[in-house]
Design a protein around this ligand. Structure first.
Ligand SMILES: [Zn+2]
Length: 407
């Protein structure tokens, strides 16, 4: 193999070469999306503009003198955003009973990146990588469950037997698969991690695994054996509390109906609060009180799995629409579903953006006006005036329309 040495004169020639050679034919894009309203919070963009794609990448159209396109998509009337990132779902299909198909549900929901929230633990993460991550079109990343078996038998409580807690295995798994295993997960309900000292022991092991692996911890809050403010001193910026608008005995509100001051401070200091809507983890009363008090979560996610896919969650756009109903602006809702989750994943500037040079992961949405019923996880309904639906996605430059669309 010849070694090519770059000399100072090469660099001089490179730096001084003209940006555009007029003899060059115009660049032919593989896909040009025209007419859509582009909302990209990572670049503070909210305007009608064209998006060009060459191969798997977004192209800077402003730097091109002229271009043509093999395929042009007229997205007039649609909203064009960075590919949606669902920060909490379960996609270890055929192994973990509640799991859904990553590609089918992502396409229907306008999602291009999914974070699987701890379906696999140290004993089965390699299988998750082999059978799902390496085979699907969707970008799937995973959190490693503190329980070595993950959620294979979640209904029994994966950490009720303390022997299943495997912090060393979590750290080893993250070291083996650093591009796929991106953090640690614990479901911190008392019927999962145990109550009293056993609950605290499991909680602290999960925290330690996150520190030792130099990643971050996602804590599912259920009916926890400790109060939420008691957890906070153990967390650091980048750690995440999911199901943050759940009802029940453990909520973000204190007895006076106010946000726990420790949580508001934690949010200001960089602790991530994630929705993780799920089957039992989003209550309108909590969400309304929190948003009214200015406590806006960091990220919107679904906790999509087989038990909530057909309601009340359905998909990301439905979950996003619930935040429009709560009075959060469309730009912020998009931010909470693209740029913010990319930041949580340590992928800002790579995912959750339409910046030139990044992977062409794009979502096409429509916003409908009308009357739409939105059900929380406690059978409470609110009627909203706006509804987002997914028209399709571009994943790594490849355009896919959502054939499940009903409106
Ligand atoms: Zn979950």
């Amino acid at each position: 193999m010849a070694l090519y040495v770059v000399t100072p004169s090469d660099l001089h020639d490179y730096i001084n070469q003209p940006l555009h050679d007029s003899t060059e034919p115009p660049m032919e894009l593989d896909l040009l999306i025209t007419g859509g309203t582009v909302i990209d919070p990572s670049q503070n963009i909210h305007e009608v503009r064209e998006i060009g794609i060459s191969g798997t990448q977004i192209v800077d159209l402003e730097s091109l003198d002229s271009y043509s396109a093999k395929k042009t998509l007229d997205a007039s009337g649609q909203i064009v955003t960075p590919g949606l990132i669902d920060l909490h779902a379960h996609v270890y299909k055929r192994h973990v009973p509640i799991s859904i198909d990553a590609d089918a549900t992502s396409l229907a929901g306008g999602v291009t990146t999914v974070l699987d929230a701890g379906s696999a633990g140290s004993y089965n993460f390699e299988g998750f990588k082999h059978d799902v991550i390496d085979r699907v079109d969707t970008e799937v990343l995973g959190l490693v469950n503190l329980s070595c078996i993950g959620l294979v038998a979640a209904h029994y409580g994966e950490l009720m037997d303390a022997r299943y807690a495997d912090p060393d295995g979590v750290v080893e798994t993250i070291r083996r698969f650093p591009n796929q295993a991106v953090g640690v997960k614990i479901r911190a309900g008392a019927h999962i991690i145990g109550s009293g000292q056993q609950g605290w022991d499991n909680f602290k092991k999960a925290v330690q695994a996150a520190r030792d692996s130099e990643t971050w911890l996602m804590i599912h809050i259920g009916e926890c054996p400790m109060a939420l403010p008691e957890m906070i001193p153990h967390l650091q910026p980048g750690d995440c509390i999911t199901h943050c608008f759940k009802g029940g005995s453990t909520t973000v509100l204190n007895e006076a109906g106010r946000i726990h001051s420790e949580l508001a401070t934690a949010r200001d200091n960089g602790i991530i609060f994630d929705i993780g809507h799920g089957f039992g983890s989003f209550q309108w009363e909590i969400a309304e009180a929190a948003v009214e008090q200015g406590f806006i979560p960091t990220t919107i996610s679904t906790d999509l799995h087989l038990m909530n896919l057909h309601g009340p969650v359905f998909d990301m756009p439905t979950t996003m629409s619930k935040f429009l109903h709560l009075g959060v602006s469309l730009d912020d809702v998009v931010d909470m579903s693209t740029t913010q989750p990319a930041r949580v994943l340590g992928r800002a500037g790579d995912l959750g953006t339409l910046a030139p040079g990044t992977v062409a992961d794009i979502t096409l949405l429509e916003k409908h006006d009308g009357q739409f019923d939105y059900t929380d996880s406690y059978d409470q309904i609110r009627t909203g005036g706006e509804k987002l639906t997914a028209v399709g996605i571009v994943r790594r430059g490849e355009l896919h329309f959502n054939s499940n669309r009903t409106n």
